[in-house]
Design a protein around this ligand. Structure first.
Ligand code: 5RP
Length: 355
């Protein structure tokens, strides 16, 4: 595989742990001003530094993302329909590879509508896009779109759709989580990322994330369940603590609540020092540090993954791999410092990027 292609994929799926947290904000391309995405810039700005890459359209990128902030871009290049139109599956390629290069896209994304009226058109478009993008070393993410029929799509259908996309040469496939998701992952020869789907309660979205990764997905490309959350930053950090960390659902949800400022009722020590007579003695003394003796005071509330690796000798996978710092130009991301799962790819047979 060409160096450029490998390098770009490494900016989407971290080689340190073979995981990916994409933030999807491309919904407007067929849904219009989706709730909480009316003001793109306002929604994206606080979240961009917490994701590995941003899935977005050309127009939204130009109008609403600061070019000085070099988050890797997965550029949606398909479209042509809207939610009020006749048939969502009638998509075509709407952005040229040349324009994607001008926008410094790290990867291209398009939808395929397997089993739909326009199946042929979207699948052929995928094949053509892969051929053209590969000339420039740009990976293609295929979205197995299900239009309005998402409820009816099961592992049998999604396995078929993902496999069809992979056979056309898609480098990453994005699909939906379903029962028996292992089956979908096993029969797809390239990495699978899941969409979050419609907004559901935060804990359920964290469970979806956890279950999908457990079943073999390399990550999430999540939108509504992050930015439609009551606390989007807390939510993306909680999702991250599963994707790039070791948190289970309960731990991630606890983190979400902590970051949202909601008390954690299961942890009595989180009401620090109520009985300590020395509390609040220093109200007028700004330089005093009254909490030095209070070990339980909000330790790391905002830093879920801090120092998780101290006891884990295998967690410095990049020492000999100078190119494995895919996020070097992501000012705030430092994604690998906190990632406890840094044994790259050992159990990830689906990552065939090392061709
Ligand atoms: C639509 C898309 C969206 O990016 C995708 O649905 C992810 O967003 P969400 O988590 O809100 O479902 O590709 O085709």
């Amino acid at each position: 595989m060409d160096w450029g292609l490998k390098n770009r994929i490494a900016r989407i799926i971290s080689p340190a742990d073979n995981k990916a947290l994409m933030l999807a904000v491309d919904h407007g391309y067929f849904l219009g001003p989706t709730e909480k995405l009316e003001d793109l810039e306002k929604t994206i700005a606080p979240l961009a530094k917490h994701c590995d890459s941003l899935m977005i359209t050309r127009g939204a990128l130009r109008s609403s993302v600061n070019p000085d902030y070099p988050v890797p871009i997965v550029l949606r290049v398909s479209g042509g329909t809207s939610i009020i139109g006749e048939d969502l599956s009638q998509e075509d390629i709407t952005v040229s590879v040349k324009d994607a290069i001008r926008l410094n896209a790290t990867a291209l994304a398009m939808s395929v509508f397997v089993g739909s009226k326009y199946e042929y058109q979207t699948i052929v478009n995928l094949g053509k896009l892969v051929s053209e993008a590969e000339e420039y070393g740009i990976p293609v993410l295929a979205v197995t779109a299900v239009g309005k029929e998402i409820g009816t799509k099961d592992a049998r259908y999604l396995s078929l759709a993902c496999r069809v996309a992979a056979e056309q040469g898609a480098h990453i496939v994005k699909t939906y989580y379903c029962e028996n998701f292992e089956k979908v992952v096993k029969s797809c020869p390239v990495p699978i990322i899941i969409a979050g789907g419609k907004k559901i309660p935060e804990k359920d979205a964290l469970k979806l994330t956890y279950d999908a990764l457990k079943a073999g997905a390399v990550g999430v490309d999540m939108g509504r369940n992050i930015w439609q959350s009551e606390n989007p930053v807390a939510m993306i950090k909680a999702v991250n603590s599963i994707v790039h960390g070791t948190n289970n659902v309960e731990q991630a949800f606890t983190l979400y609540k902590q970051l949202s400022g909601k008390p954690n009722n299961n942890k009595p020590n989180q009401k620090p020092n109520n009985n300590k007579p020395n509390q609040k003695p220093n109200n007028n003394k700004p330089n005093q540090k009254p909490n030095n003796n209070k070990p339980n005071q909000k330790p790391n509330n905002n830093k879920p993954n801090q120092k998780p690796n101290n006891n884990k000798p295998n967690q410095k996978p990049n020492n000999n791999k100078p190119n494995q710092k895919p996020n070097n130009n992501k000012p705030n991301q430092k994604p690998n410092n906190n990632k406890p799962n840094q044994k790259p790819n050992n159990n990830k047979p689906k990552n065939n990027f090392k061709n």
